[in-house]
Write a protein that binds this ligand. Structure first.
Ligand SMILES: Cc1ncc(COP(=O)(O)O)c(C=O)c1O
Length: 375
């Protein structure tokens, strides 16, 4: 299994001074104060124990209530919700519970870095489905039908997407859902960026007709509430699947940190205003980044969500890795080569706009100078 392409590149950044990094995939905001304060109180109150394997029942109830109020989704907090150590763990558990040796897993590519490697670790076979800017980096029902000749068992869908920023309207998701039924697939839906959907309302995959019983819904607190370091996420799905995942979780992780779980309760209770404030700022940066990229000649489709732009660098004639390396060396701006997200990422860069507006402005002055120097 290869090491994460992001890590390989960022080992180069370590030790360099004055670098503007547009490489990281985490909010530049710190966790809102009311959430941090709740954690401080939790410690003061002496909440330092393990919790139930599935997570505090109060938190599971809050998650269930939140999904019901927001999306009309019904999950039983006793049987259908599992609190995990980030979406990372929830994803790993989903695959471990579902994959038998040799099972095919459909993965739209470019893809989040862990999907392929974890599939392989579980003995499954990744089947990468090509997406491109021609269709806004989205998979279509036609693509799914075409790749189903390889007889996959499940599909992973991440929207809004890391690294491309692509997302799906309800209509597009309905068409995908029809293929999921036709080919009798299970869907693992990673919706960790759901709160950062800019142009339309986010539709959870499990809300589509007939999908709840064949979907594992993954979500967490890292991106919406700027809580990456708290390591807290959750999976919702059919009771038999959540029960299988809980077995693995109880032997490996036992439970998520009680302090983070209590902070997560506070996030659901009072974090919405902060989520909206952060979203407004990301949306402002999105406009700036996309227009500056196109201005300097790096064609970029308009991302519909998350906090990434995925421009093409084909016109420069450089490979993704060479472009990123040279930009770092000459102008001290760090971006991630598209190949970190699979071979289909060649010819692209991932630029994170989870960085302050001023730093973005300066980064683009440097990037423009670099691109001009290539002509
Ligand atoms: C698509 C996607 N899924 C999952 C994760 C992991 O999230 P967590 O911090 O909840 O483990 C990330 C983090 O970058 C992500 O981009």
């Amino acid at each position: 299994m290869p090491p994460s392409g992001i890590r390989v590149f960022f080992d180069l950044v370590l030790g360099m001074k004055d670098v503007i990094s547009l490489g990281v995939g985490e909010p530049d905001f710190i966790t809102p104060w009311n959430i941090r304060e709740r954690a401080i109180y939790a410690i003061e109150e002496g909440h330092t124990s393990y919790t139930s394997n599935k997570g505090l029942i109060e938190l599971r109830r809050d998650i269930s209530k939140y999904l019901k109020q927001r999306y009309g989704l019904d999950y039983d907090p006793e049987e259908e919700v599992l609190v995990t150590v980030g979406v990372s763990e929830a994803f790993d558990l989903s695959l471990r519970a579902l994959i038998e040796r040799g099972d095919g897993v459909l993965i739209p590519e470019p893809s989040y870095v862990s999907y392929g490697p974890i599939t392989m670790l579980c003995g499954g076979k990744p089947i990468y489905m090509r997406t491109s800017p021609d269709n806004g980096f989205k998979v279509t029902p036609k693509d799914i039908a075409a790749y189903c000749d390889k007889n996959p068992k499940l599909m992973i869908l991440n929207y809004p997407n890391n690294p491309t920023g692509a997302s799906y309207s309800k209509k597009e998701l309905r068409a995908i859902a029809a293929e999921i039924v036709r080919h009798d697939l299970v869907m693992i839906s990673d919706e960790i960026y759901c709160d950062l959907t800019y142009d339309f309302d986010h539709t959870p995959f499990a809300t589509l007709p007939g999908m709840k019983e064949r979907t594992i819904y993954l979500n967490g607190f890292s991106k919406s509430f700027a809580m990456t370091g708290w390591r807290i996420g959750y999976a919702c799905g059919p009771a038999n699947l959540i029960s299988g995942m809980t077995k693995i979780h109880q032997y490996t992780m036992l439970c998520a940190s009680i302090i983070s779980q209590m902070a997560a309760q506070e996030a659901l209770k009072s974090g919405e205003r902060s989520v909206q404030e952060m979203k407004r700022e990301y949306a402002r940066r999105r406009e700036f980044v996309v227009s500056r990229l196109n201005e300097i000649g790096l064609t970029c489709h308009r991302p519909e969500g998350a906090f990434y732009a995925f421009p093409s660098i084909r016109k420069t004639g450089l490979s993704s890795m060479d472009f990123a390396r040279e930009l770092l060396k000459k102008e001290k701006v760090a971006v991630v080569p598209g190949t970190a997200f699979g071979s289909l990422g060649e010819g692209y860069l991932r630029i994170s706009y989870a960085s302050s507006y001023d730093r973005l402005k300066e980064a683009f002055v440097r990037m423009e100078r670099f691109v001009k120097s290539l002509r």
